[in-house]
Design a protein around this ligand. Sequence first.
Ligand SMILES: *[C@@H]1O[C@H](CO)[C@@H](O)[C@H](O)[C@H]1NC(C)=O
Length: 182
Amino acid sequence: MVNIFALSSLVPAALQMAVAPGPRHGYVSYPPSRQALCRDVPVPGCGDVKYEPQSVEARKGSFKCNGGGERFHELNEEHLWVDYFTVVHPDHAPLNFTWTLTAPHATSTWEYFILTEHNTKLISFDYGGVTPGYTVIHHVPLRGYTGRQTILARWNIADTAAAFYACVDVDIIPPTHKECLD
Ligand SMILES: *[C@@H]1O[C@H](CO)[C@@H](O)[C@H](O)[C@H]1NC(C)=O
């Protein structure tokens, strides 16, 4: 069963690549990633990613917000983003990350790392080559981390060496603080 499925999914992927090279695009829309903020706020000096937040594509394996590619170096410049942390109140629940895909593609894994805590991996999701829909939501456990943190989300494409990168700056309010406000 698994082999049959893998084979049948290869055919449309190959056709898609022949017709339109490089259509594999997506970014984290909520909590807003740096590229989403660049387009929507916009953040001063955040560069050309404003026009294509879905295009932060580079080789797999990087821990840089731009994936270590040649484009979009502004995503790595911490001083640009210090005033744009999104306050979240997960209250022990997982934080839900929404990816908006403009071109879904066969996926190997999605990975989440907390860059501000020595690149610790929070979770990964194995899609085994499946092509997702246009909206993907992941429940990401925060493992007790609080305060201002930068989370890197990586979308690893199954049939190329590429991944898509999105850094998300969140200010995680601890549960006790929220209970005081209630
Ligand atoms: C994320 O989604 C799950 C399931 O829908 C929900 O239980 C959880 O409360 C959500 N997390 C937040 C922080 O809203």
